[in-house]
Design a protein around this ligand. Sequence first.
Ligand code: DHB
Ligand code: FE
Length: 280
Amino acid sequence: MARIIGGISTSHIPAIGGAIARNLQQDPYWKPFFDGYPPVRKWLDEMQPDVAIVVYNDHGLNFFLDKMPTFAIGAAAEYQNADEGWGLKTLPPFPGDPQFSWHLVEALVQDEFDLTICQEMTVDHGFVVPLQLLWGEKKKLPVRTVPLEVNTVQHPLPTPARCYKLGRALGKAIESYPEDIKVVVLGTGGLSHQLDGQRAGFINRQFDLMCMEKIVSDPESLARYSIHDLVENAGTQGPEFIQWLIMRGALTGNVRKVHSNYHIPISNTGAGLLLLENAA
Ligand code: DHB
Ligand code: FE
């Protein structure tokens, strides 16, 4: 049977992709951010997951305001990265796992989560940057991927409680897959940031650190926040944190924090990184 070996959450800012392209990892601005990742890469090297489920939000590349699914899941053999206007070099397609994707779709619909099924899907920085951070130097990505996309753009957004429940259902769905594969769940985005309006540039370090602590020990308390609470405390783009809650909900076993890092600012955000191991 499939096994969930852990969850990783990380910011997904497009400027990170630019810094990787220009080899700025040792630059004083970037170093405290990139220095967070080697322990997570080492853990991945040791654990050798087969599949990464990437919970992320599309930023207008694949879905736009005219058609906006609340939740969508990829069921394609590969996912194309396309230009989204940040000046990032597009990367080769990411391998999918259609058989596993369809299993997840079947199980989630049975469990009353009706996701939009995408047999074609382009992926933007929300999906690509975390994979680059975690496996970037490898010539070939050593995992197959399943994109799970969440609307964090067009209100009304799904509530934190709904996202946490989707995570629980996702965890059950993964563990009912009969193949012996090891799965890691990635929650991307956040932490506090606001890209527009009067509070543009708003970051709330104290709230971010509280979220990083509580998501380990008491995720239910975070699931009780409303989207408006998240906007107030973490800025207009702060609700990307619901993707961390989906990741956390999927961890069904004994959860142990292995590593974390937090650094501000990276571009406009409080940049967080968290590695949670999930023991049966
Ligand atoms: C930035 C952050 C994001 O989450 C995003 O999607 C785009 C840009 C930023 O801080 O620059
Ligand atoms: Fe974003």
